[in-house]
Design a protein around this ligand. Structure first.
Ligand SMILES: CCCCCCCCCCCCCCCC(=O)SCCNC(=O)CCNC(=O)[C@H](O)C(C)(C)COP(=O)(O)OP(=O)(O)OC[C@H]1O[C@@H](n2cnc3c(N)ncnc32)[C@H](O)[C@@H]1OP(=O)(O)O
Length: 135
């Protein structure tokens, strides 16, 4: 789901970028510890980055790399996961997108950054070959 809205810039305690995906962590997404699987969070971040990439590249994109991913805090059932995206670099066919995931806690509504990563997406044509990103 794409949601409009831009986070405050320049505030380290605030999310950076556009709110791109917002979803609820459900019991089916838990690991054996009772926390939400990191892979589920990564999947939400990939989708958010993909949406931002499609918008910037005006068409299909694929993920080619994920760098410097850090799981800072766990996500729990009932938390609302909010994923923010920001295009930080555009190359010829590739782009870097900074992706932050924040959890709005179920009971307190308190907001915490849980994960961040830099994703690289490549714009592709109908045959799956890299294509130039429009300026
Ligand atoms: C209007 C809005 C509506 C929105 C509504 C949207 C809804 C819809 C959203 C769906 C969002 C889906 C998001 C899916 C995200 C997946 O899950 S995609 C699936 C997983 N990914 C894949 O399967 C990709 C597999 N890899 C490949 O197909 C090929 O490696 C690629 C990516 C096409 C690249 O091919 P290649 O021959 O290696 O290309 P090459 O020319 O060497 O490099 C191309 C560029 O990639 C860069 N690159 C290559 N490898 C790397 C690397 N390891 N690290 C960094 N950069 C690299 C190169 O530097 C180059 O960059 P530029 O200098 O051109 O800028």
């Amino acid at each position: 789901m794409q949601v409009s809205g831009t986070a405050a810039q320049g505030d380290e305690e605030a999310p950076q970028g556009d709110l791109t995906v917002r979803t609820i962590a459900m019991p089916a997404d838990t690991n054996a510890n009772g926390d939400i699987f990191g892979g589920w969070v990564l999947s939400q971040m990939d989708q958010a980055g993909g949406i931002a990439g499609v918008e910037r590249a005006h068409g299909r994109v694929v993920t080619v790399a994920v760098d410097a991913m850090t799981f800072i805090r766990p996500v729990s059932v009932g938390d609302v996961l909010c994923v923010y995206t920001r295009v930080s670099h555009v190359g010829r066919t590739s782009m870097k997108i900074e992706v932050e995931a924040w959890a709005r806690r179920f009971r307190t509504q308190h907001r915490e950054r849980v994960t961040r990563a830099t994703f690289t997406f490549v714009a592709i044509d109908d045959e799956g070959r890299p294509r130039p990103i429009p300026t």
